[in-house]
Design a protein. Structure first.
Length: 133
């Protein structure tokens, strides 16, 4: 969401700028900036995936039972067969498994943060003057 982007973009920018200024002598090429940004995205994605797994496995004990109850209500309202209701419930159980949620968080975060990192890297690239090459 927008709040996440407003938090992540400055973090990426500051991390890349610090890398450029403190470890690379004030210069950073495009390739280095993008690699560092993707590395940042990977670390952030793994941390978020671990949090998501813990959240769905141990903290959030209400969402899945609520969704299963809603699936039952919907099935009864639409006069579905018991087999169809069971299939719908099994779909919700599979979707809300901690592993599935963590995997989705990992993939979504990795893609989104990597794209943001590529955008941020364009602002921190600073090639050395020609006489330094």
């Amino acid at each position: 969401n927008l709040l996440s982007i407003l938090i992540i973009v400055p973090m990426i920018f500051i991390a890349l700028k610090n890398l450029r200024n403190k470890k690379l002598g004030g210069y950073m090429g495009t390739g280095t900036a993008m690699k560092a940004g993707v590395g940042f995205a990977a670390v952030l994605s793994v941390l978020l995936a671990i949090f998501t797994y813990v959240y769905f496995a141990f903290i959030d004990q209400k969402t899945l039972p609520y969704m299963l109850n809603e699936a039952n209500k919907l099935g009864i309202e639409q006069k579905m067969e018991v087999k169809q209701i069971d299939e719908m419930r099994n779909t919700w159980i599979a979707f809300y498994s901690p592993f599935k949620q963590a995997t989705l968080a990992l993939l979504q975060t990795m893609i989104a943060v990597a794209l943001l990192a590529f955008m941020c890297s364009t602002f921190v690239v600073k090639n050395p003057p020609d006489e330094m090459n």
